[in-house]
Structure formats: C-alpha cells, structure tokens
Design a protein around this ligand. Structure first.
Ligand code: IPE
Length: 260
C-alpha cells in the first residue's frame, strides 16, 4: 500500500507522564481534528502507553518476562489500563467524525524474546479496506519464550510500515525532533536531516531508562530499519498544532527526517 502512513503518537503527547492514568483529552481532540483533515490518506495509528502503561509495567517488571506468579497481576492490570487509554483515543477520534477501531497490540501480536513473531494483520487489512483507521498501541503482550513482555509502539510502527510497505512513518513526540547538543556549551541544534553515521555520534542522554521501552535513541536506532526498507521516517512535535497534519500529508514541517 504505497500511500499508507503509519502515525505513532507518543504516550508523552497524549498522557501526562507525571500523573498516572491521566489522558490529555484536549491534546487528543486537537490531534483528531488534524487527522480528520488528512482524509483520505490511508492511515494506521499507534499510540504509546504513557502513564497508563509505563508505571505499572515497570512496577511488575513486565518487560523481563515471567519470573514469578505475583507478576501476573501486573500483566493483566497493564493490559487493562492500556485498553482504557486505547478506548479514550478511539472515542475521541469517533467523536471527531473519524471511523476508527481499537486493536490493542495484545490482540494483534505475539512476540519471541520481545520481537514480533506473529502478527494478525487480517484485522488491520479489513479495517483499512473499509477506510476505517486501525488504532493499536504499545502494550503488554504474550511472548513465546518470556511468556509475556512489553512491546513498544515504536517497534509496532516499524513492523507495520515494513510489512505493509507504507510510504512514511510519522513519530509524534513531545520534542521538535532530534537535537545535536554541543557537549561543551550545552547549545542545542535541531537536526532537520539525520543519517546513521551522525546518529551513532549523538549523545541522547536524559530520560533513557525511565521508561520500560527506552527513549529517542531506540526510536531513531530502530527507525533506520524502516528507512533501509524504503520507508520515510519523520519525527515531529505532536504537542505543536499542525505538525502531525503536515507530516502525515508529506509537507515540510519542523522536525527530523531520517536519511540513508
Ligand atoms: C509502552 O509503549 C507499552 C507499555 C509500557 C505497556 P510505548 O513505548 O509505545 O509507549 P510511550 O510512547 O513510550 O508512552
């Protein structure tokens, strides 16, 4: 599907990461209006788990897989909480007049050691065929070796974009893109284009380790996999009005584009 766009909306955009289970309804409503204006671009939406998923997954160490019985409570609670967020996102889209259907990742994917091994894409195809947007999310999932783990929305975005031959992935984050930070002066410069060589020299620092699925470094590192497969990868700030709309439409907007 050559004009398909995969949009990953970060959990830091639609939830307040400092407040557990806090959905930013106003932000999602504004993004939904932007998405409505992108009609008729075929779109798959993936959202992060934000404060509906990370704290609980971290508490029970879900990403490490099954170690002891007590984790099962955390696993099912994570599934339930992410489902609630998915419901909020889909409800907001539908209220904006967009045909959208929620498909939490736990219902679409099975991983092996954290890597997607089985994907039930007929559900995604069936929705796309009707012009309905499938809305999946970073989630806790069943894993063939670990029994369960955490699957990031970023990995899902890359997997879907590659296997459905999407034209573009838009990562909507809470920053403008990837910055080159001068280690001496601390001065930051937004990189409009970023190739792998430059990426490997960058210092990403900061919040890595806070989240169970890692931060910008992993997004970019894995994003190059999609670039290699011929998919355009753009990182924009989803908190700034117009950036998601522009990026989905393929217009030049402030952000970082990964290049070969
Ligand atoms: C994380 O998904 C899933 C869970 C913690 C259950 P993401 O990695 O896609 O979430 P964000 O975008 O960082 O919030």
């Amino acid at each position: 599907m050559s004009n398909l766009v995969v949009l990953k909306i970060g959990g830091s955009v639609i939830t307040d990461k400092k407040r557990e289970n806090f959905f930013r309804q106003d932000v999602m409503a504004r993004i939904a209006k932007e998405i409505a204006r992108c009609w008729s671009t075929p779109l798959i939406i993936i959202h992060g788990a934000g404060s509906f998923g990370h704290p609980i997954a971290k508490q029970y160490r879900i990403e490490r897989g099954y170690r002891e019985q007590g984790q099962l409570e955390g696993f099912v609670k994570t599934l339930q909480s992410v489902k609630t967020l998915n419901h909020h996102v889909v409800t907001t889209l539908i209220e904006t007049g967009i045909g959208a259907v929620g498909m939490p990742a736990s219902t679409l994917f099975i991983t092996r050691k954290g890597i997607i091994e089985t994907a039930h894409l007929d559900l995604v195809f069936s929705a796309l065929d009707l012009g309905i947007i499938p809305v999946t999310c970073g989630d806790a999932v069943f894993d063939r070796e670990l029994k369960f783990t955490v699957l990031s929305g970023d990995q899902i975005a890359i997997h879907l974009a590659k296997s459905l031959k999407a034209s573009r992935i838009v990562f909507a984050s809470d920053v403008d893109g990837v910055y080159d930070v001068d280690r001496e002066t601390g001065e930051k410069r937004l990189l409009e284009k970023l190739d792998y060589r430059k990426h490997s020299t960058l210092f990403y620092g900061g919040v890595e380790g806070e989240d169970v699925t890692g931060g910008m470094f992993y997004k970019v590192e894995n994003g190059f996999e999609a670039v290699k497969a011929g998919v355009e990868v753009v990182i924009v700030n989803g908190l700034v009005e117009g950036r998601i709309e522009g990026a989905v439409k393929g217009k030049p907007v402030k952000g970082t584009t990964l290049v070969m």
